[in-house]
Write a protein that binds this ligand. Structure first.
Ligand code: DC
Length: 231
């Protein structure tokens, strides 16, 4: 179990997908679940400040992930959920403990053999606190805005750099300062600043950390339980 948490546009989605593919692990993009809930709330007219209505909506959502595509009610919405409007709405509804709680079981259900790489904001702190390796991926707000700009242009969305910087700062503040499961590194997380790193370098670092932690944990599990002070 590897968790990769971090602010928006820190590169965690891309890095998590490559780490998962390299290790042959499953992948959980928890942000996609919040984005699907956000898209559904817009479609069904549930207000962003109606926690009970939103939690009911989340419980009833028919979500499937198939070959990298996110489906809502059987329809592929992978492109739609990446729009900035949906991301901002996802951040706004994610402040409600009721919404977060309604998504816990769905996220934990992704944990399957041979392993899982989960990316988000609270993967290491709340959803999978016993993960083998916890990574906190970060990057300067300028580097993240430039990446998000490139991503949006490639997907055919229009984007303005100043608006992106403002939105990223607002989203960071909301994700970090909310009372429920705020964005922060787990006490035992390794922090990786990707501002000056390529995707390959970030992936290499995480796979390296994972190999080290695994070897260490395997060695420890071979020491007789009595010698480890476990009776
Ligand atoms: O990672 P992302 O940008 O796709 O996430 C969209 C929003 O969803 C993010 O701004 C906050 C929320 N989110 C969250 O609160 N907890 C998570 N584990 C993942 C996402």
């Amino acid at each position: 179990m590897i968790t990769i948490d971090g602010p928006t546009a820190s590169g965690k989605g891309t890095v998590a997908a490559i780490v998962a593919a390299t290790l042959g692990f499953h992948l959980l993009d928890s942000g996609a679940l919040y984005r699907l809930a956000a898209l559904a709330s817009i479609r069904y007219g549930i207000g962003k400040d109606d926690p009970a209505g939103l939690a009911n909506l989340v419980e009833a959502l028919h979500i499937t992930f198939r070959e990298g595509c996110a489906q809502l009610d059987g329809v592929d919405v992978s492109g739609e959920i990446r729009a900035e409007e949906v991301g901002n709405r996802a951040s706004a509804i994610a402040v409600h403990p009721e919404v977060r709680q309604a998504l816990v079981a769905r996220q934990r259900a992704f944990r399957k053999r041979p392993g899982l790489v989960a990316d988000g904001r609270d993967m290491g702190t709340v959803i999978f606190p016993d993960a083998t390796l916890k990574v906190f991926l970060t990057a300067s707000v300028e580097a993240r805005a430039a990446r998000r700009h490139k991503q949006l242009m490639q997907k055919g969305f229009s984007a303005n750099m100043n608006n992106l910087l403002r939105d990223l700062r607002e989203r960071d503040a909301r994700d970090m300062n909310r009372a429920a499961a705020p964005l922060k590194p787990a006490a035992d997380a390794k922090t990786l600043d990707t501002s000056g790193l390529s995707i390959d370098q970030a992936v290499e670092q995480i796979i390296g950390w994972y190999s080290e932690v695994r070897v260490y944990k395997l060695k420890c599990s071979k020491v007789p339980r009595r010698k480890r002070g476990v009776y």
